[in-house]
Design a protein around this ligand. Sequence first.
Ligand code: ADE
Length: 253
Amino acid sequence: MELIFTVLTLFPKQISDFMETSIVGRATKKGLLDIRCVDIRDHADNDHGKVDDTLYGGGKGMLLACEPVYRAWNSVLSGGDVKPHTVYLSPKGKVLNQDKVIELSQHKHLVLLCGHYEGIDQRVLDSVVDEEISIGDYVLTGGEVAACVVIDAVSRMIPGVLPDASAYENESHMHGTLESPHYTKPDEWNGIEVPEVLRNGHHAEIEKWRRLEGLYLTYKNRKDLFEKLELTPDEWAYIIQREGQKPREMPEI
Ligand code: ADE
């Protein structure tokens, strides 16, 4: 087994529906992934399955209490394997990116803790969580969709999960830039032609075009990533030509 995910959740069906489908489902069947769910409610410390309570200090909503979360997490440890890496999905965490995805894929066992309501009592988070991760600057109704995003992105880094390992070598975010646009047949559609270089160019020209178009797309869509790049004069010249003007942020070169 390459990688085990254990999801601690109040809504295991949301996870199980996801893991039965798509490439992740296939990788599970192939034995490359093992995705398990632990229902936090099964670990309630009362007969009614109550796992939440009101906030100390006032405030709207409910909070997941320490004990059910701690018991659920402990039930994973009793499997006897090395201490798994525990991630809490929350909008307050560090925002996920491809570097973090690659880092997570190096672990043998990831425990993904999903919050609901107003979140989880901080004391149990401080006791069990290794890192808190957000999938973006917006708020979801719970951590389950975020856990599925993490499982999907991390799984495709595991050898054998993608049909062709080289599929992700040049894709967006692998080298700090976005990927160039892609085209398939026919040559012309609705009067719009596939760029000439892709049809008639040589391998080196095509590679160069892809790199420059990827840079240009990064410039257009992701200024935050673009600012981290160091462009050569030729690359700046390409951006000037594509923009039809000198970009304001262009340094003196
Ligand atoms: N739970 C609620 N919102 C979230 C987000 N943006 N990322 C991860 N978990 C969340």
